[in-house]
Ligand binder design. Structure first.
Ligand SMILES: Cc1cc2nc3c(=O)[nH]c(=O)nc-3n(C[C@H](O)[C@H](O)[C@H](O)COP(=O)(O)OP(=O)(O)OC[C@H]3O[C@@H](n4cnc5c(N)ncnc54)[C@H](O)[C@@H]3O)c2cc1C
Length: 436
């Protein structure tokens, strides 16, 4: 349970530990592990009802990225700086930020041990550590990305800007886009950058010289049929080759060669020459989390009730965002819709009640197709759950404008301050109170 030291002393200890010492003990009412989209948005809500010392956010990064903008950065419509703010300016002022990493979780003792050697005791914990990019899982990939080659990736702030450089110099040959054999965040992004490349090449009269191919490990182009139908049509019209169940297994950047396996016949490998290779890396929850078998399921995700986001065994533990086992599409839009559920349900548990709010699996994916966008919105059942009262499964210019200009503001100003819980309320208004 808690370290029972007086609050004043506790604060002093905490301040010291922020600077120099090791093996300090911290205690708090709510610990948020990870200050990304979900963690920061929920911490902002808690900061309105808790004291600074009662709310600890454990987050190692100096910068917070609005990752949905990475796609547009790769396509040349934005710069990396547009997606980045200092973590200290994004986290609520009324919380204690520990710039450190969770190393070991001990849910039986209500403690987390950190990389710098500290121990944090909590009453309630929200795990929000997201997904890690595992470029290292594909032989030759990191070597290719770490020097300026024709290999690129919008997924990391480290590599995203290079994507546009590769695109600008692409004149002829093969442009190949991949989707890995693992869960990913924003499952639409691997094909959005493919459409942006196609659009750019057409605009610069080079499309006829370049063969564009999208190789996905999935058996489908997109999980929601209504949008998948629209995307297949788009690929046919734009002459984009789509290969399903096709997984990148090796990159030989010095020869501009990529090796793919057929997931239905793993012994069948194909070597392809490329002039541009855009890689979406395999992803996984951080090892510090996935190695804890009490907290996570077999796939390494925090084992929660998909409706309440409460841990199945530890009632004082919740998860939000990409690291949770809830089977929704991993997006910031989903994390936004989860914040209210998590906040209200954690509050209920703190008062001795049962969690009441239910998350419906809402996720959204603005599928940028050039200077237009198909705004996919759907729920756990993979049924469209659209905000606007018209069919969103088609390319609409207004949706692109929303994605580029409106959504970043909504993220920084509302979601990061705890005021955005997803569009459910607007959806009801737009549909005159009918439907979900
Ligand atoms: C290219 C790209 C395009 C995308 N496009 C969209 C889009 O159009 N729409 C959309 O809604 N979503 C999109 N997303 C997905 C969206 O960014 C994520 O789903 C969202 O950020 C998930 O939030 P999260 O809080 O779970 O994880 P994150 O925001 O990734 O935050 C996780 C945090 O945990 C921290 N952390 C990690 N390990 C530890 C540890 N051991 N201890 C403490 N802290 C730790 C990390 O430093 C990080 O700050 C996109 C993502 C990418 C990469």
């Amino acid at each position: 349970m808690f370290v029972n030291i007086p609050k004043v002393l506790n604060t002093v200890v905490r301040q010291l530990s922020l600077t120099a010492s090791r093996n300090d003990k911290f205690s708090c009412k709510v610990l948020v592990v990870g200050g990304g989209s979900g963690g920061c948005a929920t911490a902002a809500k808690f900061s309105k009802i808790l004291n600074k010392n009662d709310l600890i956010v454990l987050e190692p990064s100096d910068y917070h990225y609005y990752q949905p903008l990475f796609t547009l950065i790769g396509g040349g419509a934005n710069k990396l700086e547009d997606s980045r703010k200092k973590e200290k300016d994004v986290l609520p002022t009324n919380c204690t930020w520990l710039r450190d990493k969770a190393l070991e979780y001990e849910p039986e003792k209500n403690t987390v041990r950190t990389e710098k050697g500290h121990t944090i005791e909590y009453d309630y914990m929200l795990v929000a550590t997201g997904l890690e990019l595992r470029y290292d899982k594909i032989p030759g990939l990191l070597q290719a990305l770490d020097k300026p080659t024709d290999v690129c990736s919008i997924y990391s702030p480290k590599y995203v800007s290079h994507t546009y450089e590769v695109l600008k110099k692409l004149e002829t040959g093969n442009a190949i886009f991949t989707f890995p054999n693992s869960p990913v965040k924003c499952p639409g992004a691997p094909q959005k950058i493919c459409y942006l490349t196609d659009h750019y090449l057409r605009k610069h009269n080079r499309r006829g010289n370049v063969k564009v191919t999208y190789n996905t490990s999935l058996p489908v182009i997109f999980g929601v049929k209504a949008y998948a139908d629209a995307l297949w049509k788009l690929c046919n019209e734009r002459d984009i080759n789509v290969n399903v169940r096709t997984n990148l297994v090796q990159v030989n950047a010095d020869k501009n060669e990529a090796i793919f396996e057929n997931l239905d016949k793993p012994e069948e490998k194909t070597t392809v020459k490329f002039n541009m290779l855009h890689v979406t890396p395999p992803m996984a929850t951080p090892e510090s989390l996935s190695k804890n078998k009490q907290l996570t399921n077999g796939a390494g995700f925090v084992d929660v009730n998909k409706d309440t986001m409460q841990h199945l065994n530890y009632k004082n533990v919740f998860a939000i965002g990409d690291c949770s086992s809830s089977p929704n599409s991993k997006t910031a839009a989903a994390a936004a819709a989860q914040t209210k559920v998590v906040f209200e349900n954690m509050n209920a548990v703190m008062k001795g009640d049962s969690p009441r709010l239910m998350y419906d699996g809402y996720a959204s994916c603005p599928l940028v197709t050039g200077d237009k966008c198909i705004l996919a919105e759907f729920d756990y059942d993979l049924k469209p759950l659209e905000t606007f009262p018209f069919n969103q499964a088609r390319e609409i210019r207004l949706m692109y404008i929303m994605k580029k200009y409106f959504m970043p503001t909504l993220y920084w100003k509302l979601m990061m301050n705890g005021y955005w819980n997803g569009p459910a309320m607007f959806r009801k208004l737009m549909h005159l109170g009918m439907g979900k």
